[in-house]
Ligand binder design. Structure first.
Ligand SMILES: *[C@@H]1O[C@H](CO)[C@@H](O)[C@H](O)[C@H]1NC(C)=O
Ligand SMILES: *[C@@H]1O[C@H](CO)[C@@H](O)[C@H](O)[C@H]1NC(C)=O
Ligand SMILES: *[C@@H]1O[C@H](CO)[C@@H](O)[C@H](O)[C@H]1NC(C)=O
Ligand SMILES: *[C@@H]1O[C@H](CO)[C@@H](O)[C@H](O)[C@H]1NC(C)=O
Ligand SMILES: *[C@@H]1O[C@H](CO)[C@@H](O)[C@H](O)[C@H]1NC(C)=O
Ligand SMILES: *[C@@H]1O[C@H](CO)[C@@H](O)[C@H](O)[C@H]1NC(C)=O
Length: 634
């Protein structure tokens, strides 16, 4: 779909009479009132008003342990595992990250009054119809529909019973088919999402969504933990499960005409963006998944004949895709899989570092090669724009057999986490000055992405395992998979689509409201500094904390003789070998980073300045220490 077609279809939609038939009344808040028999909304299921009695439909599911693999999700939702893995462009054995939005293809059919996809579920301890519908099935079913279709009263639901679960799906109505809609997608609404936001993430017209769910055009209110029907011309694609950069802020205008023009410009601009990023980056995925959902009808004889050319096609497409990527990311080298194989002795265990990361030797230099099963566009996009000593450098990419391989500079001393929560048996120890240097490095890297890139980025997942140390113990921030641009000025907020990141490091405003700003990283940086000073893992830090992590600091910050209390606070392995005045200063810095209100936290530029001064003084301290005969650790 190009911009012109889109504009035309938009115009067509705008000029359609408002009487175009809605699909199904939106479920609203009814989901939790389990004993209500009110069927005025779609609480029992989407009514059978489709053109066809059966159809291909799609659901979304947020990966949650134990339902975080292709096999567990397909089993839970009664979907076909190979279709599921193809649609999500991952292998059959893939494990999804927590909260990753997974596309689920189902056969939807009309069972009496309601469209549904059938699956079944064995009742677990603690389950109620509401918990099964809302938590396990994430609102893809409702407690009312479960009760309606199982002859077991809620009070008699016993562990081990297998119940049938109708999943909420629908087939397009005649009107929708006439308007070019071929599929309906049961999309899970998350916290903070609204119809315009969903429309822009998915690239689906807002009015079409409003109509499909019979929402009020003036005030389309939706709630989290409900399903929203998304009308689609083509099957959904992986690119739609990733939030693109936020749309431009809505222009304020009094004139309706003007607003309309802005909307068109905004939408076309948005689509342009989606076309550039989505169209190029996901060109291949799209083509692939589109092709794959077409049923392959083949006898075993001509099966090979059919498969071979398409495999070849796939290779061509990935080549085409890689060409496209190289025009976006000119500094990236495109490696062939053979090159990577020879760099890693055919991915031998000798070269294995951890997880899916291998150590490779390319032209005599070491490189870290990470195999990624899933989407890498965000990381490539971000890392390609930034180039800084304190940010890990992505030097190349390779695509092979459905997997991405990202080639990074190699950081010899590995993750910082391994150096701060060491056990006594290993020799890993960082002295005071090294710790300050690492903190300054991380702050400098963050300052760069916050203040010197356009648009500014928020890393969103800063933690000690995402900070790598090179041979000289200088720090490099890694793992930009979650990074996103922070639109607007510092202090202004964007809203996120769903909460991702690492527990314990996440700022309160993000956990509570999904607010995103550069101050998110400042909070995580505070947690990281705290780990470095205390030598305690983040989970250990939270032990004994009632409401706020800064309680950990109170004995040092808020007591008159804070300096004397440092002993119980600092990492014991430093053995008191640190300048107490500076340690108190760093503690104060941590306290300000952990301020509840984002606006109360310092900016990364201020932090860099403070840490630079602390670094200079630390170096002097070190010198004087050696001069006066102390033995320096190292
Ligand atoms: C609601 O239930 C009543 C009684 O069972 C039935 O007559 C009516 O058609 C139902 N309405 C809808 C929208 O399904
Ligand atoms: C859905 O229907 C198609 C074609 O009828 C079939 O191949 C596929 O296995 C079905 N999927 C499930 C999960 O039943
Ligand atoms: C799904 O389950 C309902 C109720 O248990 C049943 O009436 C219907 O026939 C089933 N549909 C399919 C396609 O198996
Ligand atoms: C539904 O599930 C979500 C996510 O698990 C949970 O946050 C929410 O409280 C649940 N709603 C109810 C009414 O239990
Ligand atoms: C509840 O369960 C018991 C034991 O499984 C069964 O005997 C009884 O008939 C059930 N009651 C209802 C109302 O289904
Ligand atoms: C409805 O069924 C017809 C005939 O089986 C098929 O060609 C058409 O694609 C179906 N339409 C939808 C929207 O599923």
């Amino acid at each position: 779909m190009d911009v012109l077609t889109f504009l035309l279809s938009l115009l067509t939609l705008l000029s359609l009479p408002p009487s175009i038939h809605g699909q199904q009344p939106y479920i609203g808040k009814a989901t939790t009132i389990c004993d209500s028999r009110d069927n005025s909304t779609s609480v029992l299921g989407y009514t059978c008003n489709g053109l066809n009695k059966t159809c291909q439909a799609y659901l979304t599911f947020r990966s949650q342990s134990p339902y975080n693999t292709i096999s567990s999700i397909s089993q839970l939702l009664g979907s076909d595992p190979s279709q599921l893995s193809r649609l999500n462009s991952v292998s059959n054995t893939a494990t999804f990250d927590t909260d990753k939005l997974v596309l689920v293809p189902v056969n939807c059919s009309c069972s009496g009054q309601y469209h549904q996809a059938n699956t079944s579920y064995v009742v677990q301890p603690g389950d109620t119809y509401l918990i099964i519908a809302n938590n396990t099935f994430q609102s893809l079913s409702t407690c009312q529909a479960l009760q309606d279709q199982n002859n077991i009263p809620a009070s008699n639901l016993s562990v081990g019973t297998r119940i049938s679960v109708p999943l909420r799906c629908a087939c397009p109505t005649t009107n929708q088919v006439d308007a070019g809609i071929n599929f309906l997608w049961s999309y899970l609404v998350a916290w903070t999402q609204d119809v315009p936001g969903i429309s822009s993430i998915l690239g689906v017209d807002k009015d079409a969504i409003i109509e499909a769910n019979e929402l009020s055009p003036q005030d389309p209110v939706i709630f989290p933990f409900t399903t929203l029907l998304i009308p689609l011309q083509n099957p959904p694609t992986v690119s739609q499960t990733i939030a693109p950069p936020p749309p431009p802020p809505p222009p304020s205008s009094n004139s309706n005409n003007k607003t309309w023009v802005y909307v068109v410009i905004g939408v076309v601009g948005g689509v342009g963006l989606v076309l550039v990023i989505g169209g190029t980056i996901f060109f291949m995925f799209f083509r692939k998944s589109k092709k794959n959902v077409d049923p392959i009808i083949a006898s075993s004889e001509n099966f090979e004949a059919i498969m071979k050319p398409s495999e070849k096609k796939l290779e061509e497409e990935s080549a085409e895709f890689l060409e496209n990527i190289s025009t976006i990311a000119q500094s990236l080298k495109l490696y062939t899989f053979d090159e990577l194989k020879s760099a890693t002795e055919n991915f031998s265990p000798n070269c294995w570092i951890k997880g899916s990361v291998y150590l490779g030797t390319i032209n005599g230099d070491f490189a870290a090669i990470k195999k990624v099963n899933g989407d890498v566009s965000k990381e490539i996009e971000v890392l390609n724009k930034i180039n800084h000593f304190n940010l890990i450098c992505l030097s190349g990419v390779c695509f092979n057999d459905g997997n991405w391989y990202l080639v990074y500079e190699y950081a010899k001393n590995g993750p910082l986490s391994e150096w701060i929560y060491h056990n006594n048996s290993d020799q890993k120890f960082l002295n005071w000055t090294q710790r300050v240097q690492i903190a300054l490095d991380v702050a400098t890297g963050l300052n760069y992405i916050h203040n010197y890139t356009s648009p500014p980025y928020v890393h969103k997942d800063l933690k000690s395992s995402n900070v790598l140390l090179d041979g000289d113990y200088r720090a490099k921030i890694a793992n930009f998979g979650l990074a996103r641009s922070a639109e607007g000025q510092e202090g202004e907020f964007a809203l996120t689509r769903h909460i991702v990141g690492t527990k314990g490091y996440m700022a309160p405003e993000y956990l509570e409201n999904g607010f995103i700003s550069t101050k998110l990283d400042v909070y995580s940086f505070g947690v990281l500094l705290l780990e470095m000073l205390t030598g305690k893992e983040v989970s250990a830090l939270y032990e004994g904390v009632n409401t706020h992590l800064s309680e950990v600091l109170s004995s040092v910050i808020h007591e008159e003789k804070g300096k004397e209390n440092l002993g119980g606070f600092m990492d014991p392995s430093l053995q008191g070998n640190y300048p107490a005045e500076l340690a108190v200063l760093v503690t104060g810095l941590i306290d300000s980073c952990l301020t509840n209100a984002p606006s109360g936290r310092p900016g990364m530029d201020e932090i860099v300045q403070s840490l630079s001064r602390i670094m200079t003084t630390s170096l002097n301290w070190e010198l004087s220490k050696t001069a006066s005969g102390y033995h320096s650790f190292n």
